[in-house]
Design a protein around this ligand. Structure first.
Ligand SMILES: *[C@@H]1O[C@H](CO)[C@@H](O)[C@H](O)[C@H]1NC(C)=O
Ligand SMILES: *[C@@H]1O[C@H](CO)[C@@H](O)[C@H](O)[C@H]1NC(C)=O
Ligand SMILES: *[C@@H]1O[C@H](CO)[C@@H](O)[C@H](O)[C@H]1NC(C)=O
Ligand SMILES: *[C@@H]1O[C@H](CO)[C@@H](O)[C@H](O)[C@H]1NC(C)=O
Length: 516
């Protein structure tokens, strides 16, 4: 009955849409500083409009492909050419050689649209900053009147780490879908693709050091990523201002590893998890550390970002407890309980990874269980009561990233993006100095109920709410304003081939998503 009334009211009201948002600067994530210069508006002179890289970056692949991409996006609006419209986007880059880093890149830019001048000015700190500025420019265009507002924007992210996690172990994602995810990340100024590439269900990463891992651990040979595939993903991401952070989660979540690496997992007939006779990696076997060193050294070379996500979550002790060899080993080495055994493992692993010159991120259990970790470890908070954990971790001097409130794989009826939007990472017990240890956060899309069919629509635009929280200023909290900007933005994604789901309960996009 209630539902019936809601539906009736909704259909009785006129259609609204984000395209007609009342905020004249309908950008997501909202810029740090944006000022309307006048009520003048200016169109595009389609015959002459061309985004070109600055001279000194004429042959730079990031700049050249960005120019092609955005020229292509704007070419959709050719039918609305204005004789006195914008013809030039003048780009300057302060530091044209800076590479994008997981630890942070200067992504700041400024953008000026000053009609009647037909030149848009985009000044950026780095090439990544140019990508951020071009995206803002695209979003400022109003498809209804075919014009831009007169604005001055000075923008830079609040947090350096703005991630999205995908899971390709529970369900495989085709390269084409991963590319689309990366494009959509770029449209939301998200900068880190956390690739949870392997886990219990399958091992799709084709290792050249250990080919059996995928040969036996992937679902089948059509569901693996070759080295060429991985290289394509890393390259596609780089061109779009995104860094790929690989996760090889151990010692738990490794059932699929065991098939291609005999002796790696603890053996415990009748005591393992998921109905298996095997458990987490056996930390008492020296050979296993040699295996890990070779695998991690390969992964470090392949991904080349200097950072690993090492997992470390949800380690079940049943299997370790069920293996008499492990019990003996513990006695011999004076290891008093299984938490201490886990610590023993993590310490060895972290030493290996550090020896490879890599920094690392771990899920919060590694910190919660009091394992010995290096001071530069980043703690990834994902469980409930995140304010407590975040507070404890920063007080202990660790850098942190937050995901607990942003598990996009949990779905519910209605506008759950508002919950993501309303999170304030600084709402914890910590001093201003300690708060600086919060590097940002990450939206996670776990793969239990997600594959090629729905990864894009389930992720976007809900991840856009997270993206705004991580980019925009702390004071950017107006839900009603965000809702219309988000709807316009999701239409902008649809127009560019991303099937981003609806935000408002009714309405339409001027350019709808086309499947073919
Ligand atoms: C876009 O243009 C239409 C038509 O002029 C106007 O109603 C709407 O408010 C504009 N939207 C923005 C965000 O300026
Ligand atoms: C980023 O670059 C801008 C412009 O080049 C500069 O003004 C700003 O201070 C830089 N920010 C940081 C944190 O280095
Ligand atoms: C314990 O170790 C011995 C000797 O290496 C081995 O033969 C046996 O299978 C192991 N037991 C279990 C349960 O792994
Ligand atoms: C074993 O560990 C306990 C607790 O840390 C310690 O008190 C004891 O001296 C250790 N014994 C040996 C033989 O190392």
């Amino acid at each position: 009955m209630i539902l019936f009334i809601l539906v009736t009211i909704a259909t009785a009201l006129p259609a609204v849409r984000g395209d007609d948002a009342f905020n004249p600067i309908p950008v997501v994530p909202y810029p740090q500083f944006a000022k309307m210069l006048s009520t003048d508006r200016i169109g595009i002179n389609s015959a002459r409009f061309r985004i070109s890289p600055p001279d000194e970056l004429k042959h730079d692949d990031i700049m050249v492909s960005a120019a092609i991409r955005y020229n292509n996006y704007f070419s959709r609006f050719q039918g609305r050419s204005h004789e006195d419209g914008i013809d030039t986007v003048k780009i300057t880059v302060h530091d044209p050689t800076a590479e994008q880093e997981i630890s942070g890149t200067n992504e700041s830019y400024s953008l000026m649209i000053t009609p009647p001048s037909t030149v848009v000015t985009l000044n950026a700190a780095t090439r990544v900053g140019v990508l951020r500025g071009l995206e803002t420019l695209y979003q400022l265009y109003n498809v209804t009147d075919g014009k831009f507002p007169a604005v001055n924007i000075e923008d830079s992210p609040r947090f350096a780490f703005r991630g999205l996690m995908i899971d390709t172990s529970r369900h495989f994602l085709d390269l084409e879908l991963i590319f689309k995810v990366i494009e959509a990340m770029s449209m939301n100024k998200l900068n880190i693709l956390h690739w949870h590439i392997v886990d219990d269900p399958s091992f799709p990463y084709e290792s050249y050091s250990f080919p059996d891992l995928a040969a036996k651990g992937a679902y089948d040979q059509d569901h693996m990523y070759s080295q060429a595939d991985i290289a394509k993903v890393i390259e596609y991401a780089r061109i779009h201002g995104v860094v790929v952070l690989p996760e090889f989660d151990t010692p738990g979540h490794t059932l699929s590893w065991g098939k291609g690496a005999p002796g790696l997992l603890a053996h415990c007939p009748g005591r393992g998890t998921f109905g298996s006779d095997y458990g987490p990696i056996d930390p008492t076997v020296d050979n296993n550390y040699k295996f890990l060193e070779r695998l991690m050294s390969e992964v470090a070379a392949v991904f080349g970002t200097g950072y690993f996500h090492l997992g470390g979550d949800e380690v079940s002790f049943y299997c370790w407890a069920g293996n008499p060899n492990i019990t003996d080993y513990m006695k011999k080495h004076n290891i008093t309980d299984h938490t201490a055994l886990e610590s023993y493992y993590e310490e060895k692993l972290l030493n290996i990874v550090e020896g490879l010159g890599q920094s690392y991120i771990v899920w919060e259990e590694v910190f919660n269980n009091g394992l010995k970790i290096k001071p530069d470890t980043i703690i990834h908070v994902w469980k409930g009561k995140w304010q407590n954990t975040l507070s404890k971790a920063v007080k202990a001097g660790y850098r942190t990233i937050l995901s607990s409130p942003w598990y996009l794989n949990y779905i519910s009826f209605g506008r759950d993006w508002k919950n993501y939007y309303s999170v304030e990472p600084y709402s914890i017990d910590a001093t201003p100095e300690e708060l600086k240890m919060i590097q940002g956060g990450e939206a996670c899309v776990w793969g239990e109920f997600v594959d090629n069919t729905n990864v894009l629509s389930r992720t976007f635009p809900r991840a856009s709410a997270v993206a705004e929280r991580l980019w925009s200023s702390k004071g950017q909290v107006d839900i009603a304003d965000a809702e219309f900007r988000l709807d316009k933005h999701r239409c902008g994604m649809c127009a560019r081939g991303i099937p981003a789901e609806t935000v408002l309960t009714r309405g339409f996009c001027s350019i709808e998503y086309e499947m073919f």
